[in-house]
Design a protein around this ligand. Structure first.
Ligand SMILES: [Zn+2]
Length: 210
């Protein structure tokens, strides 16, 4: 399944989702599945493009990325046991900690949930150098992976460790894994889950209506 954007509009008191880029349905040809009429372009009814929350991690820079080795199905599960996390550098190369040590990947993160770590237009000088230095620490060698696993960290430990090192260098408060997960990761996984469920339904039936 090729994931894309959706269109959302309201009609007959219902919320309708359809495929954003499906031919031959530019917004003007949209029909309400309930009454068969086209939505008007009033403020209330006008279709809105809803962007897919799953993006190509290699097209991001300086982001926290969440992906699954099981593709979209893995991302749509509301559990973090199958999830793998990493940090992108300024060139879209993703660093993550695995049982083979720190990986630097230019492929494999094409379907990721993204949490930007730097506000748009800002940049942190030497991001790549800092990330490389952090990745080179003894903590993240392959033979210490099991040891890290016992602390329940592994890939999370690496990514959060780097974020906290940045926080510290900026004099900011450190963030715990629990808070990061509950405030930033889980809401995105849940949103992606819902999006994928709606998207699948739209693929099969042409629309989804609430
Ligand atoms: Zn209608």
């Amino acid at each position: 399944m090729e994931l894309g954007d959706l269109l959302r509009f309201s009609h007959c008191g219902r919320t309708v989702f359809t495929m954003a880029d499906a031919a031959p349905a530019p917004a003007g040809l949209l029909r309400c599945p309930e009454c068969g009429l086209a939505p008007s372009f009033s403020l209330v009814e006008a279709p809105v493009r809803v962007r897919s929350p799953v993006v190509d991690g290699h097209r991001t820079s300086c982001c926290f990325l969440v992906t699954s080795r099981h593709g979209l199905d893995g991302l749509s599960e509301e559990t973090d046991c199958e999830l793998h996390v990493g940090i992108s550098n300024s060139q879209g190369v993703v660093l993550s900690y695995t049982e083979s040590g720190v990986q630097r990947e230019q492929h494999g993160w094409e379907q990721s949930l993204v949490i930007p770590l730097v506000s748009p237009g800002n940049c942190i000088p030497n991001w790549d150098t800092q990330l490389d230095h952090f990745a080179a620490m003894d903590t993240w060698t392959a033979d210490r992976f099991e040891e890290q696993r016992e602390f329940g960290s592994c890939c999370y430990g690496f990514a959060l460790g780097f974020i906290n090192q940045l926080m510290m260098s900026q004099g900011k408060q450190l963030i715990t894994r629990e808070r990061f997960t509950s405030d930033l990761v889980l809401p995105r996984v849940e949103a992606a889950s819902k999006y994928l469920a709606v998207f699948r339904h739209v693929c099969r039936h042409g629309y989804w209506m609430a």
